[in-house]
Ligand binder design. Structure first.
Ligand SMILES: Cc1ncc(COP(=O)(O)O)c(C=O)c1O
Length: 398
């Protein structure tokens, strides 16, 4: 052990070494091909990808790649500055206008990652004595955004609107209040109860922000997200999205009324003190968005695949929890069973992601399967066969 106390926890951390020694370590697997329905691993295996958030299957689309290449040719590889100063390109503003129109808001603002959107928006809008109300299963970036704001944080049990009512009724009336929830919850794959949530928000005068990371391309008109899905766009104040899932790149945005966006442009530290999205990413998102709008059959394909997979898993006896979307959790229970299942599936040429505490409660570890619009029926059949084989071997199903 090294002397300094700061190193004690570092030196005491052995979990990853143990996992590797046991041959059960499922993280940082090296991929040597494009993200698609099938990928190549550094091990030499060609595997079926069931762990990607590329719901629209556009990360390897010729038109999207071509747009990125052309953008590099025209603008170079980076902006070398923040949006605020020297890092605003014409295509940044073009993308903002298209995104705002897509999700049905006046204006939008790009950030360099979705994580930064949550930090940059929540911390900027809230003040120290305000109250942020969070669903217990919200994404980590929302939790960290809330912490950074230094506001009081209240949580309600996942999607439980009676509890939300109780939480809201305890907050003094004259305080500023922001309620943030995922549109589609990233681990369980269920949808926020938005109609009840906005009713409560209006009753208690709360600003509502929805994180649509997993809803864009999946729910609503032309894949424009949760608020559109419920026809409640006017009753959601802020819509957040990321480009790291359906939109085939990296980066994120917040959409709202013009004055809120104007305020964020001039106060949000995560925006002002960080370099802007690189040209290739901006152009990829613009191209991906246009493909999504032009080819609604992609969304239909995604839902068809989702239905096939979920029905298949359920009929095999797997517990797919609350899933209502292309995110399908398979509840496995103990961590060792889950790691063994991931390993065996990889040996059967299937790539899936394990989800362990703190992302889920202890003893409720799950395998997170996610579908793409571009998966084929035969790929889903193959996956179901292998899930059955491995599930039986490990007694996850009988
Ligand atoms: C619900 C949710 N919000 C925000 C983010 C952060 O997005 P990004 O990957 O663009 O940083 C993620 C990504 O995992 C997410 O799942």
């Amino acid at each position: 052990m090294r002397e300094k106390s700061i190193f004690q926890k570092i030196d005491a951390f052995t979990d990853s070494h143990e996992g590797k020694r046991m041959g059960l370590y499922p993280y940082f697997r090296q991929i040597i091909s494009a993200t698609d329905t099938e990928i190549s691993l550094k091990t030499g295996q060609r595997v079926l990808m069931l762990g990607s958030n590329s719901y629209m299957g556009l990360t390897n689309h010729p038109e999207v790649k071509e747009a990125a290449i052309k953008a590099i040719e025209k603008y170079g590889t980076g902006c070398a500055g923040s949006r605020f100063l020297n890092g605003t390109l014409d295509i940044h503003e073009e993308l903002e206008a298209e995104l705002a129109g897509w999700v049905g808001k006046d204006s939008a603002l790009l950030y360099s990652t979705g994580f930064q959107v949550n930090q940059g928006v929540m911390a900027t809008l809230m003040e120290r004595h305000g109250h942020i109300i969070l669903d217990s299963r919200n994404h980590a970036s929302i939790v960290d955004g809330a912490r950074l704001s230094m506001a009081n944080i209240a949580r309600y049990p996942h999607n439980d609107m009676d509890s939300l009512h109780k939480v809201l009724s305890r907050i003094p009336e004259n305080k500023s209040k922001l309620l943030v929830a995922d549109g589609v919850f990233s681990m369980e794959g269920d949808i926020v109860k938005l109609p009840e949530l906005v009713e409560l928000a209006e009753e208690f005068n709360v600003v509502v922000m929805i994180d649509d990371a997993h809803a864009l391309g999946v729910l609503g008109k032309d894949g424009s997200g949760t608020a559109s899905h419920f026809g409640l766009t006017d009753r959601v104040d802020l819509i957040m999205g990321t480009f790291s899932k359906s939109l085939a790149s990296v980066g994120g945005f917040i959409a709202s009324d013009g004055q809120t966006i104007e305020f964020l442009k001039h106060h949000s530290r995560a925006l002002i003190f960080s370099a802007s999205m690189p040209p290739a990413s901006v152009a990829s998102v613009l191209a991906a968005l246009r493909v999504i709008k032009r080819e609604p059959e992609r969304i239909d394909g995604l839902w068809k695949n989702t239905g096939m997979m979920r029905t298949g898993l359920k009929s095999l006896g797997f517990d797919t929890g609350l899933s209502e979307t292309p995110i399908i959790p398979v509840h496995v229970g103990q961590i060792m069973t889950l790691l063994a299942m991931c390993k065996k599936l990889e040996e059967e040429n299937i790539f899936v992601n394990p989800v362990i505490p703190p992302a889920v409660p202890p003893n409720d570890c799950l395998l997170r399967i996610s579908l793409m619009a571009t998966h084929t029926e035969s790929q889903i059949d193959f996956a179901l066969q292998k899930m059955e084989k491995v599930g039986r071997e490990l007694l996850v199903i009988s």
